[in-house]
Design a protein around this ligand. Structure first.
Ligand SMILES: CC(C)(COP(=O)(O)OP(=O)(O)OC[C@H]1O[C@@H](n2cnc3c(N)ncnc32)[C@H](O)[C@@H]1OP(=O)(O)O)[C@@H](O)C(=O)NCCC(=O)NCCS
Length: 252
């Protein structure tokens, strides 16, 4: 087995409790809405992206997803569905995202190219949380580099918009301009096909947090199919501010 395939296998096993929670979440939604399990997995979990198949958005699922869905339909039990999901992830092509990273941060443009959406993932690869007080300067340097890049490459960018469970944490909010941190609001709807809610089930090493996972599972019996995001212990919040606030704060 190649080192890449071995690492992918290890990650698949590390993520097994996450995949289990995602399948149970989708199963609960299928039970209450009579929608096929593959559909609820596609809309309410981030499996499509976890498999490296990209963002679904308003578009069609990748053709590879149909293979996953077929396999899922053939499984006779929850245990088989979990094994199939873990195996499908393990066999997914290992691909580094093409997005440029600035330490733990990355961005993409939305709207007419005037909106910047920021993303955070744990990338330090050491034994200290990327949100630790001791790393605040490192994170600010990431953000300074990122906003300098945005200024150079996307002069039409006007507004920064975020959406994540992370805005519940002072350890995250303190990295941003006051106006942005103060803008945090509860959105009406939350998409569940990305990391903005599911990310709270992971720690900075990429392992599943047992307490957060259990809290989500405990909420499944009362899951509201019209607002399934409310079952997560922390609700994904939105934030928005003009881009000038970022250039001023980071001096770039
Ligand atoms: C963000 C991430 C690195 C945090 O990892 P972690 O192992 O929980 O890190 P820590 O334990 O050091 O937590 C950082 C801070 O958040 C707090 N925190 C973390 N989870 C929390 C929770 N569920 N409730 C309340 N506080 C929480 C911690 O107490 C700590 O704050 P402190 O420094 O003031 O004590 C990790 O969850 C992750 O990588 N998630 C996936 C990426 C993601 O969610 N991205 C968002 C995409 S939109």
């Amino acid at each position: 087995m190649s080192p890449g395939a071995e690492a992918q296998n290890e990650e698949a096993e590390r993520l097994r409790p996450l995949f289990d929670a995602q399948l149970r979440f989708a199963e609960a939604l299928s039970a209450s809405t009579a929608r096929p399990l593959a559909d609820t997995c596609l809309e309410f979990t981030n499996l499509h992206r976890r498999f490296g198949l990209g963002r679904v958005g308003q578009g069609e699922a990748s053709p590879q997803w149909a293979r996953f869905a077929d396999g899922l339909a053939r499984c006779a039990s929850q245990a088989e569905r979990l094994d199939w999901t873990v195996a499908f992830f393990a066999a997914a092509p290992v691909q580094e995202s093409a997005t440029q990273r600035f330490g733990c941060f990355s961005y993409e443009l939305a709207g007419e190219g005037d909106i910047v959406r920021i993303h955070f993932s744990s990338r330090d690869g050491d034994d200290v949380s990327p949100l630790a007080q001791a790393k605040v300067d490192r994170r600010l340097a990431d953000l300074r580099a990122m906003f300098a890049d945005i200024r150079d490459r996307h002069p039409g960018a006007r507004t920064v918009r975020g959406g994540s469970w992370l805005y519940n944490l002072e350890a995250y909010r303190r990295l941003f301009p006051t106006a942005y941190a103060a803008s945090v609001f509860t959105p009406e709807r939350v998409r569940l096909d990305g990391t903005s809610s599911w990310g709270q089930l992971l720690d900075f090493r990429g392992s599943v947090k047992p307490a957060a996972r259990q809290a989500l599972l405990d909420a499944l019996p009362t899951l509201d199919p019209a607002a399934p995001w409310t079952a997560f212990p922390l609700r994904a919040l939105g934030a928005e501010a003009p881009i000038e606030a970022f250039h001023e704060t980071y001096g770039c």
